[in-house]
Write a new protein. Structure first.
Lengths: 231, 551, 108
């Protein structure tokens, strides 16, 4: 059949939702497109972080002793607390999405705010960690002065390169996430979201949970390497 | 419900009414547009400019190579020229070309949608491209970069005195332009097809864009993180890739080529998509083995990720992994070959019209085959040891990228020019240009296979005197090639004012993009089409039309 | 690749509201997993320390993906995207390590 069968003009919805973009047929299509889009973006992030993780693992296999020694220099307490803090923020984020789905405006704002607070706590503790590390001479490059085990110092510096770049990239993603949370709070307060339109909060959640997952792997990799056999 | 045939243009706007070009006036209406068609035009201007820039470096190199001595350019300058030629041509011309220009323009039209899924992100893609391009231009003017487009460490991290950081940052940004385009296309194809447009009714160009987008989405981030690590090492002076500090230069190469090999499939898959469209239209037949061609696009996208270390056979990887990569590299040739067989089978007993797009695509099929087969030579480890880093490799990749991808790009520009602009280009000038390009291309690059086999290394501006004759032939070819490229710039521009106005379907082709006016209206279709026919359903169409061609 | 969206796009977003207790349960599991992985890292299990840490981290990530990110209720396409990204990452790891782990092998 080479005929094109045309329908009449698509029936206009009676109330054109203010956030329905004109190139979509309806809110359902828009919602599915935006969540699919965010998942595709997260796929790129998995490969982005995954790339540096691959490099990290190559050197971990090559220098196991230096890697374990370097992990000993980390502050496991701060790392552990931060992990718990981030997991709590994931819970509050999930609850924020739930509240948006249920149309609970103030509860949504509250949970987004809680997520922001816990995220900021993470960044604050991270900053303290960074400051301490810097003063212990553990920042790679010309400022690297740590030398407790001279034979392994260059490889420890290599570990630190990965530590600073991976946690730095992670922290950058959290800062961007914090900015997005503020924007979501403003939109939520304005009453933009409800059962028929909560997509932005959901994709905010997807981004935030992804950042949490990255840390779930970074914590054991960078803080909990077992293998140093000195007393 | 009205039923119309493809050649009945009742649903097309009457003459003189608004299309996407006349819809709105003023620079801001273009620079802040969300319309995929206008964004495609923005990209067309940008990549044409970058092609000319990349071509300038090529011309300078070919002139230098007329003589065995390094007399026109110093070694350092020559290093910068081949580096910049590669960076500009790959990142700023080839990778965006067909997806960002033809893909952007045609994808929503071909699937019956009003726009891509994320129009603002589409515009952001172009701005990221432009920011990177401006950065690149600034770097070129202030001294350039001399590491080769491959940025191998530790030269790029420790020893090069050029703007390595700047250029890698620009490449990082343009990578995100590519990622976002791929993301947009994937979501669009999944979620915005018109009613009745099932997967197996899609034009093969759409399948090609889908496969390309998968590669853009999943490969480019690894390049991004590799460049981040390179920038970190260059600035902070650590040793991620520096052997003196415990690092491994091969790790850089592994991660770089994890992207850069699939990147060549980003360049060739869209070209194959164009080939399918043009072959179908100019033989007036369904593509032979439609589903094989569709699936082979996906196979190329996947298999392309498994072969990267064939760029590293002599770098120091283990023999065992080299054997694995060599074996896998032979596999990736199979789906490409399947396509070539299918296009050839389509040509058989087709009603072949030797119009310009078809000339380019016939050239494409032959030249891509030569380029692809020489790739198999390189995939054999034993042979690669002798010809790697020689002009054999240079000839191989120019055959697939220029004889392949660029010729398909030219075919696509000519084929869809009437749709994009509403004008026909002058056919005889276009054919002349196509023939000049074909002849010039072969004279430029075939001698390079011989040069490489005889041992002339790549990236050298001075060479042994016995190589001069072949080099002179190559430069002569390059001048013909350049003339061939200049012609379309002139006559395509001319056609915008003086070209014959084209109707909605000057080629009598089957496809949703031909079912709307030329140029299309802003919203693409006045009413959402409902698709009830197969792709390339020429038999039914010709029966309905009684064989008369609608031009 | 037949797809339920070929003929009838959804009109409003498909809502699945996860019950509160599931979110709390997943949170407690994640917290427990964190404490567990810390504790295990203090015990010498030889070569098993690393795989155990990886396993715990993977389980935590899977819980976040399935429940916090709603993948357990998502479309098949979402599952494909999630699985494909980890698969592609796997390709990077496997083929890169195919080189590094065989560098010191002797041919004869």
């Amino acid at each position: 059949m080479s005929d094109i069968t045309l329908t009449g003009p698509a029936p206009e919805p009676h109330a054109h939702h203010p956030f329905l973009q004109h190139h979509f047929e309806d809110l359902g299509q828009q919602h599915e497109a935006s969540t699919l889009g965010m998942w595709m973006f997260l796929a790129t992030e998995i490969l982005f972080f995954g790339g540096v993780l691959c490099a990290y693992w190559v050197y971990r296999i090559m220098y196991p002793e230096a890697w374990a020694l370097a992990a000993e220099q980390q502050n496991k307490l701060y790392g552990g607390i931060n992990t718990i803090v981030l997991i709590i923020s994931s819970l509050t984020m999930a609850l924020a999405v739930r509240n948006a789905q249920l149309g609970k405006r103030k509860a949504t704002v509250g949970m987004l705010f809680a997520t922001l607070i816990f995220g900021s706590t993470f960044l604050a503790i991270k900053s303290i960690e960074y400051w301490q590390h810097f003063h212990e001479g553990l920042f790679p490059g010309t400022h690297f002065t740590w030398n407790e085990v001279p034979a392994l110092a260059p490889k420890v510096q290599l570990f630190m390169t990965f530590y600073w770049s991976m946690t730095g990239l992670h922290a950058l993603h959290m800062v961007i996430g914090a900015g997005l949370l503020i924007w979501m709070m403003m939109r939520s307060w304005r009453g933009d979201f409800g059962p028929e339109y909560y997509g932005p909060v959901e994709i905010m959640g997807l981004y935030w949970h992804f950042v949490d997952i990255v840390w779930i792997f970074l914590f054991p990799f960078l803080y909990l390497i077992h293998g140093v056999h000195h007393g | 419900m009205s039923s119309v045939t493809l050649h009945d243009v009742r649903f097309v706007e009457p003459e003189g009414t608004r299309n996407y070009v006349t819809h709105d006036y003023g620079a801001l209406s273009w620079l802040l547009t969300k319309d995929h068609k206008r964004i495609a035009i923005l990209y067309l201007f940008s990549i044409t400019a970058m092609f000319i820039l990349g071509g300038f470096f090529a011309v300078a190199m070919r002139i230098e190579l007329l003589t065995p001595e390094g007399d026109l350019l110093t070694s350092d300058t020559y290093n910068k020229f081949f580096t910049l030629h590669g960076i500009v041509m790959i990142f700023f011309f080839l990778i965006p070309s067909i997806p960002a220009v033809l893909g952007n323009f045609l994808l929503p039209l071909m699937i019956g949608a009003k726009d891509l899924a994320f129009p603002k992100i589409n515009l952001l893609s172009w701005y990221l491209y432009m920011i990177a391009a401006v950065m690149g231009l600034y770097i070129i003017i202030t001294g350039g970069v001399d590491t080769g487009w491959t940025f191998y460490t530790p030269f790029s991290t420790q020893y090069s005195n050029t703007h390595v950081f700047g250029v890698t940052f620009a490449a990082f940004i343009v990578g995100f332009s590519s990622i976002l385009t791929g993301l947009n296309f994937l979501v669009t194809i999944h979620r915005m097809r018109a009613p009745g447009m099932t997967w197996f009714r899609l034009p093969l160009f759409v399948w090609a864009m889908y496969a390309t987008s998968i590669v853009q989405l999943l490969a480019t981030p690894v390049l991004a993180i590799t460049l981040v690590m390179l920038m970190f090492e260059r600035v902070v002076h650590v040793g991620i890739f520096d052997p003196a500090l415990g690092g491994d230069p091969l790790l850089f190469q592994h991660m770089f080529w994890f992207y850069s090999h699939p990147a060549v499939y980003i360049m060739i898959l869209p070209a194959m998509g164009v080939a399918s469209e043009v072959v179908a239209a100019f033989t007036r037949k369904k593509i032979f083995g439609y589903s094989f061609v569709a699936y082979s696009s996906l196979a190329i996208a996947f298999l392309g990720f498994l072969v990267w270390a064939h760029h590293m056979f002599v770098s120091g990887i283990s023999v065992y992994s080299a054997m694995i990569f060599s074996f896998l590299s032979y596999f990736v040739a199979v789906p490409s070959a399947i396509k070539v067989f299918n296009w050839t089978a389509t040509l058989y007993r087709g009603s072949v019209a030797l119009l310009t797009p078809m000339l380019y695509i016939l050239g494409f099929i032959g030249l891509f085959t030569i380029g692809g087969v020489t790739g198999l030579f390189l995939a054999a480890i034993g042979l690669d040891v002798h010809v790697t880093d020689t002009y054999f490799v240079v000839a191989h990749f120019h055959y697939v990228m220029v004889g392949g991808a660029v010729m398909a790009y030219m075919a696509g520009i000519h084929y869809w020019w009437p749709k994009i602009t509403g004008r026909m280009y002058p056919e005889w000038w276009a054919r002349l240009a196509a023939l000049l390009i074909f002849a010039g291309f072969n004279l430029t690059f075939f001698p390079q296979f011989v040069l490489g086999y005889l041992g002339m290394p790549r990236r050298y501006h001075a060479y042994a005197p016995e190589f001069q004759v072949l080099n002179v032939m190559s430069t002569a070819g390059a001048s013909i090639l350049a003339a061939g490229y200049v012609l379309p710039l002139i006559y395509l521009l001319w056609s915008l004012w003086y070209g014959r106005p084209a109707g909605p379907n000057p080629w009598g082709a089957v496809g949703l993009e031909w079912a709307t006016s030329s140029p299309p209206p802003m919203e693409n279709f006045h009413e959402t089409p409902v698709v009830t026919w197969d792709a390339y359903d020429y038999p039914a169409m010709m029966k309905a039309m009684g064989e008369t061609q609608n031009v | 690749m037949a797809d339920e969206h070929d003929y009838a796009p959804a009109h409003a977003p498909h809502i699945h509201v996860t019950p509160m207790w599931i979110y709390i349960a997943v949170f407690l599991a994640l917290a427990a997993g964190t404490l567990l992985t810390w504790w295990v890292s203090t015990i010498d299990l030889g070569w098993m320390n690393t795989p155990i840490a990886l396993l715990i981290a993977t389980i935590k990530a899977v819980l976040v993906i399935l429940f916090f990110m709603h993948v357990i209720h998502s479309t098949r396409l979402t599952w494909v995207v999630v699985i494909a990204s980890f698969l592609w990452l796997g390709v990077l790891f496997v083929l890169t390590f195919a080189d590094y782990l065989t560098r010191l092998w002797q041919i004869y």
